[in-house]
Design a protein around this ligand. Structure first.
Ligand code: ZN
Length: 166
């Protein structure tokens, strides 16, 4: 028995299968032309929340959502994050580059501000403001050591400012 194309009004044979939904259990039967049209417009991620999309990517990449598997290494996690961001269109403007690419002056600058090298620009700014207030020569008891410290954190801040392209 030949099934007719499921496209309304089409009388051709429905020789191509197209999934009705993500479960991939039910299919439409279309002629070639309507199958191509349907596949082009079909959005796998329609009606999914960003959270569900992330979990779906993680499931496809690791076999389980990342929150369930701690074994995924950082590179894979970063790659999955990239894919997630690509799909959901989220920006990564505040994401710090990979630690392995950091020069000594950069790691020293993070250390001077007592921050991990994974800190974001926002965290750098907040920490600098707090430290600058604490070590400001105008208000410190020991002006000499405060000046030394203030210069150190300001240099570190300026180094990181360049590093984050701010
Ligand atoms: Zn058709």
């Amino acid at each position: 028995m030949i099934t007719k194309c499921d496209h309304p009004g089409c009388t051709k044979a429905g020789t191509c299968r197209a999934p009705k939904n993500r479960d991939l259990r039910e299919y439409w039967h279309f002629c070639q032309k309507h199958a191509a049209e349907y596949n082009k417009n079909w959005n796998y991620y329609a009606n999914m929340t960003p959270q569900e999309i992330e979990e779906d990517w993680e499931r496809q990449t690791f076999g389980a959502p990342l929150k369930d598997t701690k074994t995924a290494n950082a590179n894979e996690a970063e790659y999955v994050q990239f894919l997630n961001d690509f799909i959901t269109g989220r920006s990564r403007f505040d994401h710090a580059p990979k630690p392995s690419k950091l020069g000594t002056n950069i790691t020293n600058a993070f250390r001077a501000l007592d921050l991990p090298i994974t800190a974001t620009w926002r965290e750098v700014g907040a920490k600098y403001r707090a430290l600058a207030k604490k070590h400001h020569p105008d208000t410190a008891e020991n002006k000499e050591s405060a000046t030394t410290e203030f210069t150190k954190i300001t240099n570190a801040y300026n180094t990181l400012k360049q590093y984050f392209n701010k």
